[in-house]
Ligand binder design. Structure first.
Ligand code: MLT
Length: 312
């Protein structure tokens, strides 16, 4: 009977699915935060199921003498050492769709939070200051939303934004003309997006091509007063350059769910009056966590029991 270790907090449904499929499963979310214990434990398992806290680094993979598959209940696999997994013949799979709606909704929530300064107004109102004149907002209606990365999540953001009567432009080298028409977005080059967008929302994976896609140079090309939303990966933005642009007022506000280094317990942008920050909550809804747990358990079981590879 194959054995799977779940080393992050995954929905209980994943455990039930593994058991129902005849897989021996150990649920030990504390191991994801303890590298040495994970290395000591991993040797007896055929599969490792993780979210983002577990770092499936080269030493972890090397210690996994029986390891055949690592399943990421979520989209990004940046917490898994892919070259080490490939070298060890370990299949890495993810769940590209299960949390897409939830993450898109978080991006939209951050757009509204910025446009109407909701976190700041909430704090002020709770503090007993009735600062009605301080919080003049802007409408999203009629504004141009620039989406960088128009895949699973970006396309849902586009759909919701079109529903709010925004004009959506998208930069994505993989977006075909036909798909752009189908989505109702205007496909543009990055330079044009930077120049035209009132709000920029990032939905690209972090790769060598996309790292610091919002560099100092590119931020300088944006419209004065732009809002920037990032629910993708921290490394997509040069955070020092963003701070300078927020300080100067060139960027009117940033809604950040992700940071270059996580967990981010301290950050130069924390406490900034134009920044709305959340602790990588993009995928944190009951529905999304249930979806990704079910999907990863089924996929890993399919692989371990009959060699079927999905989303690898
Ligand atoms: C993902 O890659 O699926 C998201 O960033 C969510 C997460 O890491 O929890």
């Amino acid at each position: 009977m194959p054995k799977v270790l779940i080393s992050d907090a995954l929905s209980e449904t994943a455990v039930q699915i593994f058991r129902a499929r005849g897989i021996d499963v150990e649920y030990a979310p504390e191991l994801g935060k303890d590298r040495d214990r994970l290395i000591a434990a991993i040797g007896e398992f055929d599969g490792l199921a993780v979210r983002s806290a577990t770092k499936a680094s080269a030493p972890v993979i090397k210690a996994g003498k029986n390891l055949k598959v690592i399943g990421r209940a979520g989209i990004g696999v940046d917490n898994i050492d892919l070259p080490a997994a490939t070298a060890a013949g370990v299949v890495v799979m993810n769940t590209p769709y299960g949390n897409a709606i939830t993450t898109a909704e978080h991006a939209i929530a951050l757009m509204f939070a910025l446009a109407r300064q909701i976190p700041q107004a909430n704090e002020s109102t709770h503090a007993g200051r009735w600062e009605k004149n301080r919080f003049m907002g802007v409408e999203l209606y009629g504004k141009t939303l620039g989406i960088i990365g128009c895949g699973n999540i970006g396309s849902i953001v586009a759909d919701r934004a079109i529903g709010m009567k925004m004009h959506v432009i998208a930069y994505d080298p993989f977006l075909t003309d036909g798909r752009a028409v189908e989505l109702g977005v205007e496909k543009v080059e990055l330079d044009e997006l930077l120049k035209r967008a009132d709000i920029i929302s990032l939905h690209a994976p972090l790769t060598e091509q996309t790292r610091n896609i919002l560099s100092a140079e590119n931020i300088a090309r944006t419209k004065k007063g732009v809002f920037i939303v990032n629910c993708a990966r921290g490394g997509l933005i040069d955070e020092d350059a963003l701070k300078d642009a927020l300080d100067s007022g060139h960027v009117a506000g940033a809604g950040l769910d992700v940071f270059a280094v996580e967990p981010a317990n301290e950050h130069p942008l924390f406490g900034h009056e134009r920044v709305v920050a959340t602790p990588h909550l993009g995928a944190s809804t009951r529905e999304a966590q249930e979806n990704v747990a079910i999907q990863i358990a089924e996929q890993m079981a399919d692989f371990l029991l009959r060699g079927a590879v999905t989303n690898a």
